[in-house]
Design a protein around this ligand. Sequence first.
Ligand SMILES: NC(=O)c1ccc[n+]([C@@H]2O[C@H](COP(=O)([O-])OP(=O)(O)OC[C@H]3O[C@@H](n4cnc5c(N)ncnc54)[C@H](OP(=O)(O)O)[C@@H]3O)[C@@H](O)[C@H]2O)c1
Length: 269
Amino acid sequence: MDLHLSGRVAVVTGASKGIGLAVTRTLLQEGARIVATSRAGTPELDALAGTGGLLHVPADLMDPAAPAEVIARAVETFGGLDILVNNAGGPPPGTKLPQFGFLGLTDDAWRAMLEFNLLAAVRACRAAIPLLVERGGGSIVNVTSGHARQPSAVNVHYGAAKAALANLTKALSEEFGAQGVRVNSVCPGPVNTPWWTDAGGAADIIAAATGSDRATLMTVEAPAMMALVTGRLAEPQEIADAVVLLASPRSASTTGSEVVVDSGFLKAA
Ligand SMILES: NC(=O)c1ccc[n+]([C@@H]2O[C@H](COP(=O)([O-])OP(=O)(O)OC[C@H]3O[C@@H](n4cnc5c(N)ncnc54)[C@H](OP(=O)(O)O)[C@@H]3O)[C@@H](O)[C@H]2O)c1
C-alpha cells in the first residue's frame, strides 16, 4: 500500500528510542523527511541519519521554548510541515515509572508529569497547527496510553496527563478539521521499549517488587499481571505502524479517533 508520504515533512518527538525510533524509521522508509528530536542521539538514530532525509535536533521538552524551536527547524530545513508526532512521554527527567499510589505524589511530581506528557504536546500543536493550515492541511498524531482509559493506583498522574492528551486530541480535531488538519491518537498498552528494558527501568522496578528478574518479568509475569490477551508486550513497530497510517493521507477520513494497540490490555468494550 502506498501511504503517499513521499516528500512530506514530519516532526517526531522522542525519536531516539522505542516507539519514536520505530515511527522515525518507518516514515523515512516511506520517503518522508523528518526532524527527529530527543535530548541525546543514539546509535540507532545515527544509523538512520545517513539517509539524507533526517535531521536530529537535540532538545529537552521540559523547556517551554523547545517545541516551537524544533518545529521551526523543520521549516528552515525542509520548507514546511505536514506531520507532527507527539510521541515523547513517560517518566519526566530524573524520575521512574511505575509509581504506586496517589498520596506520595507531590505538586512537583504532578507538575513535571503534566509538563512533559501534556504541555510539551500542547506547545508543539500550537506551533505546528498554523503551519499545517498554511499547507492546506496535515496530520497530528499523539501517543497516549492505556493508563488514560484504565485508571488505577499505578501511575496516577501519568494516566491523568495522558487522559488530558486524549481529550486535547479530540478538541483540536473539532476546531481545525475544517482547515484540513486531522488530529488522532494512538493508545498503546505495554510496549517492549527501553523504558521497560533499560537497567533500572520499569521491568527492574517491578521485578524488585515481586522478587523476580527482568527477563522473566518481561516475558511471563508482566503479560500475566496485565492480562494481555496476546500473551506478550507489543513491539514498538506495531505502535509505529498505527501512527504512520494515521499520519498518512490514506487516513483522510479519520480524525478525532484513538486507535488502541494494547495486546488486549483494556477490557471494557
Ligand atoms: N513503553 C510502553 O509500555 C508505553 C505504553 C503506553 C504508552 N507509551 C507512550 O509511548 C511514548 C514513547 O514511549 P517509549 O516507551 O518508546 O519511551 P522510551 O523508550 O523511554 O523513549 C523515550 C524517548 O523520549 C525521549 N525523551 C525522554 N525525555 C525527554 C525530554 N525531556 N525531552 C525530549 N525528549 C525526551 C528519549 O530520548 P532522550 O532520553 O535522549 O531525551 C527517547 O527518545 C510515550 O509517550 C509513552 O508515554 C509507552
